[in-house]
Design a protein around this ligand. Sequence first.
Ligand code: FES
Ligand code: FES
Length: 156
Amino acid sequence: MSDTRAITLTVNGEPRQAMVDVRTTLVDVLRDQLRLTGTHVGCEHGVCGACTVLVDGEPVRGCLMLAVQADGRGVETVESLAPDPAHLNPLQAEFVRHHGVQCGFCTAGILMSLTAALRDNPRPTEGEIRETLAGHLCRCTGYQGMVDAVLALAGR
Ligand code: FES
Ligand code: FES
């Protein structure tokens, strides 16, 4: 038996409404109802970090948060970083320049965690960057390109 609720989120600065089953995860609402498919789903149990979005500015695993838990809150997804895909934001541009992206499956979640971390600390050390990346799995890059990208952005 389904139990459906109406929720209101502010997603990337815009008010959005959705009717959701109480068991539906935040990432499923973002992808399936709001068509924000930049956020990816990997493990679906909180391990890989691919589904990371910001809720009220804090990184959250979208596969672990229920959509109803996000009711009334502000959500930022990777689409907020470059509303115009022709113009990447500075972090994305450094990722491209330093080969921090290969298949891209992990990238949206990593960009969102780094975005939150850089707001708190715009000049992180390599150790601090690696600490942020530790919550994410990437099968392709070996992480060094991502570290170099953030170091370049931080002017280190
Ligand atoms: S899909 Fe959410 S942590 Fe892997
Ligand atoms: S770029 Fe392929 S998983 Fe990270």
